[in-house]
Design a protein around this ligand. Structure first.
Ligand code: NCD
Length: 305
């Protein structure tokens, strides 16, 4: 039985196959409407979510399967003190596959040790978010036609942003990726990523404080929200939350074929005026998330069309 806890749990070849399958689902949707008939997906969300949970549920429904679950820890037995391990042990008797989001780093991994059904990490604290990474990779490949040879700028909360951490890891296996890290000093990527990904693989990266000084170079600009819920002190959040606001003026110097990605939700970091620019990919990205999750559910349940 396979789980997806960390983006590196999948080989590059498996990722390519998943993206190919997602492309095929987009092109030939009708072929896939019954492949998970009789199967159930449980979504166990101990932390807020809109896109991830609903796209998982929509994905399973479009594959002909059913969904059950909860969207906050208050409405589950964890409010009574049940451990994640016990919750999962039980839910895996009711469902064929489980997507779990939890504020504690490592909780989905722990769950995978106890579960009788495949576990998908739908975000664990500030750690990983592998299905957002699949969404991002599908979006980059569909927008750019390639996953090699790109200059990508990560902007905003690189310290707590789990989508950033997972995408950095995943991209480190492709050729000729130039990383540009745009953040305040306090929100730089964690040391473990610098050591385990960049130093270990001998990958160099640029670290800057403003979008303006690098925007011309970028093929992809990956904007992120400052992760309010991970701050220890509200004053720091308030001071840092509006450090970067991407607007049309800032995009003047950008490439004509820049792709602007954002895992969403957005707060203030992208002005609404940018939404109408063809370079804004974030709503297409959210839609891609449903298709790549359809592909992932099929893979983990070993179903084919
Ligand atoms: C992200 C997350 O939950 O990490 N959202 C998502 O899943 N699309 C990003 C965020 O919350 O800022």
């Amino acid at each position: 039985m396979r789980h997806l806890i960390d983006p590196m749990d999948l080989s590059v070849q498996e990722i390519d196959e998943l993206l190919d399958l997602a492309d095929d689902i987009i092109a030939h949707h009708d072929k896939y409407t019954k492949v998970c008939e009789g199967k159930k997906l449980a979504t166990l969300f101990f932390e807020p979510s809109t896109r991830t949970r609903l796209s998982f549920e929509a994905a399973m429904m479009e594959l002909g399967g059913n969904v059950l679950g909860f969207s906050s820890s208050d409405s589950s037995s964890s409010a009574k003190g049940e451990s994640v391990a016990d919750t999962v042990k039980v839910v895996s008797c009711y469902a064929d596959i489980i997507a779990m989001r939890h504020p504690k780093e490592g909780a989905p991994f722990l769950a995978s040790l106890k579960s009788d059904a495949p576990i998908i990490n739908a975000g664990d604290g500030g750690h990983n978010h592998p299905t957002q990474t699949l969404t991002d990779l599908l979006t980059i490949r569909r927008e750019k036609g390639r996953l090699n040879d790109i200059t990508i700028g990560f902007c905003g909360d690189l310290k707590f942003g789990r989508t950033v951490h997972s995408l950095i890891k995943a991209l480190s296996r492709y050729e000729n990726i130039r990383y540009v890290m745009i953040s305040p000093e306090e929100l730089e990527i964690p040391e473990y990523l610098k050591e385990e990904v960049f130093q270990k693989k001998n990958i160099s990266y640029q670290q800057v404080r403003t979008i303006d000084e690098v925007i011309e170079q970028l093929d992809i600009l990956y904007m992120t929200r400052v992760q309010k819920e991970r701050f220890f002190n509200e004053a720091d959040y308030i001071r840092l939350k509006d450090t970067y606001i991407l607007d049309m003026a800032k995009l003047k110097k950008a490439k004509k074929d820049l792709s602007i990605l954002h895992p969403l939700p957005r707060v203030n970091e992208i002005a609404v005026e940018v939404d109408d620019d063809p370079r804004a990919c974030y709503f297409r990205q959210a839609l891609n998330g449903k298709y790549v999750r359809m592909a992932l559910i099929m893979k983990l349940l070993e179903e084919s069309a």
